[in-house]
Design a protein around this ligand. Structure first.
Ligand code: 13P
Ligand code: SF4
Length: 311
């Protein structure tokens, strides 16, 4: 699409959103033309907060399905639309509610902390939800004598063990995008740009390795944490170990600084299923409605609200 064609569709999207009283929320990994038309762009935590706070009639969620589901759980009276129902998440798919119920019976009395990248049914079986932006605070708020079942991301779990000094029982799930960022990608860049700041998402398979040789230029951060860090830092060059969609937001929010992806392959095909045309279709045809069964939503909301109360 040409710049003019993009601008025309963006104008149509804005007009329809206004007419239908819809707020457009977009995750930091969305394509640039979707980020640019959104009312709010952020990480899982920020988007959950926006979804809970909005007074718009409807939310159009440009992100993956579990994020739209979280918005619906937090705003049950609102219409929540996702432009493509197939925008899933391989990490969220790595544990089902039935698997979690079995795991809980094997660890009676344990507290279940579920990363936000889970289905509503899994959240409903959990005591606490967490995001990469608040996982440390959630784990630290749980009494030290209680066993914690942490799911589903093993690399985030291992990182949490290191930063909290606490032993966790960890589900062996992973995000294929972040697990695919190899320690070699990091070390190559560290040789080529030794003075650059390294921003690493805790879902990365390399997170624990980075911690092992952590120096004051290595920072393990959520996607929004990366934006805030880059804006505030006096440094000018940053290597980014997460999905490459975030580069657009970094360049926009911290102009004049240099951002490079440590791996150009780090692309989430699910996040990229949401296109500007599908966003327009979503607003025009009022689709696809995201629903969560009320009893599941009520229990899942408990886990999310306990998270919000802490962070
Ligand atoms: P953030 O909450 O850090 O944005 O991460 C969400 C996600 O899906 C990472 O892959
Ligand atoms: Fe899920 Fe990984 Fe995509 Fe994030 S990057 S939405 S964890 S598949």
């Amino acid at each position: 699409m040409t710049t003019a064609e993009i601008a025309t569709i963006q104008d149509e999207v804005r007009a329809l959103a206004r007419e239908r009283d819809a707020v457009i929320l977009a995750h930091n990994y969305q394509v640039p033309e979707v980020q640019d038309v959104a009312d709010f762009v952020g990480d899982s935590l920020g988007l959950s907060r926006e979804a809970a706070a909005t007074d718009a009639e409807a939310i159009v969620f440009c992100g993956v399905h579990f994020m739209a589901e979280t918005a619906k759980i937090l705003s049950p009276g609102k219409t929540v639309l996702i432009p493509d129902l197939d925008a899933g998440c391989s990490l969220a798919a790595s544990i089902t509610a039935e698997q979690l119920r079995v795991w809980k019976t094997e660890h009676p009395g344990a507290i279940v902390v579920s990363y936000v990248n889970t289905t509503a049914e899994v959240k409903a079986e959990s005591d606490y939800c967490c995001t990469s932006g608040n996982a440390k605070a959630i784990v630290e708020a749980i009494p030290a004598d209680r066993e914690i079942l942490f799911l589903p991301d093993m690399f985030l779990g291992v990182w949490l063990e290191r930063v909290t000094g606490r032993k966790l029982t960890i589900w062996l799930g992973e995000c294929h995008v972040h697990a695919g960022i190899r320690p070699d990608d990091i070390s190559r860049w560290q040789r080529e740009a030794p003075d650059a700041e390294l921003l690493v998402h805790p879902e990365c398979g390399c997170a624990s390795q980075c911690m092992a040789f952590a120096n004051d230029r290595t920072h393990i951060l959520s996607t929004e944490g990366m934006i805030n860090f880059a804006k505030a830092s006096p440094k000018s060059r940053f290597l980014v170990a997460t999905e490459t969609g975030i580069l657009h937001r970094l360049n926009k929010e911290a102009p004049g600084k240099r951002f490079e992806a440590v791996s150009e392959r780090a692309i989430c095909k699910y996040m990229k299923m949401i296109t500007l045309e599908k966003l327009l279709g979503s607003l025009r045809d009022w689709k696809h409605d995201v629903t969560v069964e009320p009893e599941i939503a009520a229990r899942a909301r408990g886990a999310i609200e306990r998270m919000v109360a802490i962070s």
